[in-house]
Ligand binder design. Sequence first.
Ligand code: ATP
Ligand code: MG
Length: 358
Amino acid sequence: MIIKKITINNFKNISFAEIEPTEKINIINGQNAQGKTNLLESVWLFTGMKSFRGSKDAELIKFGQEKCKLQLNFLSEGIEKQAEIIISEKKEVFLNQKKLKNGSDIAGEFNAVVFNPNDLLIISGSPKERRKFLDICIGQIYPKYINVLKEYTRAVKQRNNLLKESIKDSTLEFLIEDFEKIIILQGKKIIDYRIKYLNLLKEEAIKIYDGISGNKEILKIEYLSSVFENFEKELILARKTDKFKGITSVGPHRDDIIFKINGQNAKEFSSQGQKRSIALSLKLAEAKILEKITGDSPVILLDDVLSELDKNRRNFILNEISNKQVFISCCEEDNFKELKNGKIFEVKEGCIEKCICI
Ligand SMILES: Nc1ncnc2c1ncn2[C@@H]1O[C@H](COP(=O)(O)OP(=O)(O)OP(=O)(O)O)[C@@H](O)[C@H]1O
Ligand SMILES: [Mg+2]
């Protein structure tokens, strides 16, 4: 996947911008609040996903304007394509000048992986953040997984409600059993999908982390399941205590992923730079898996990734990510002085001030 040209009209603080990026590293440089993340966000929207910073469609239009228009010229498996997104009161998406029935139909046409500072929560946040990361990755390559997850979550909610009500009305017990059957059936599938995907991710992320840390640190990743041996038995056994708390204490919705650096749990013991390096390794590993499955490497969008990294780690990101088009936003020139081959776009007040080739 290679972007040839991005054209932006009235998107957030960007009135007009047109850039022709290189196939390798593109630095989006500028001071705070100039429009760097906005530019990355505009590219991300072509994946058909929601904004990675949670902006609603109406918030994407430049203040005081009625519509915004984004155009992307890109190569997908060597074929030239053009996509267009127009947002006014409604959102319209076009692929090769043909209007798509639903905006989300663009999904799969253009692939990208984004890293933004919130992704640090994958390491330092609650287990929910780690499960969310894994579930989104899996859903991207196995769309059936999304329904399995939905059915499971619904059944857990129903069980929790019935558990609470059954304290007063014991005749509800048999209904609880019905939902437990769904929880066990779908829950086992979720655990299988997650372990299968995590094994793929682990293999790639460990290699990438090794490169980022200059072969000095070893990353380990483990799936920590709340189910020990027999999901069915453990769920039924937990019913008595679950009833009083109104929760389901066993199942993949309680699982976690553990990251360790040189044997120490990263959430508790790692430095900011190490956490950033793990999160980045996960994102690059996600891209590698997408590439293996779709046969085309996704575009990599890295928002503010270089800060807090030392010279060697920055050098890896700027010069060792091969065969992928990368966009990196940055607000310190010092942070990309190791760049050997790429383009630097200077952003000021929502405009591309200049472009330098290196
Ligand atoms: N709909 C909008 N219309 C006009 N301006 C907007 C709109 N939405 C956001 N902005 C402005 O866009 C500006 C640039 O935001 P952006 O997040 O891209 O900055 P940035 O260059 O990434 O800065 P930082 O280095 O701090 O991350 C912000 O000042 C914000 O107020
Ligand atoms: Mg930013």
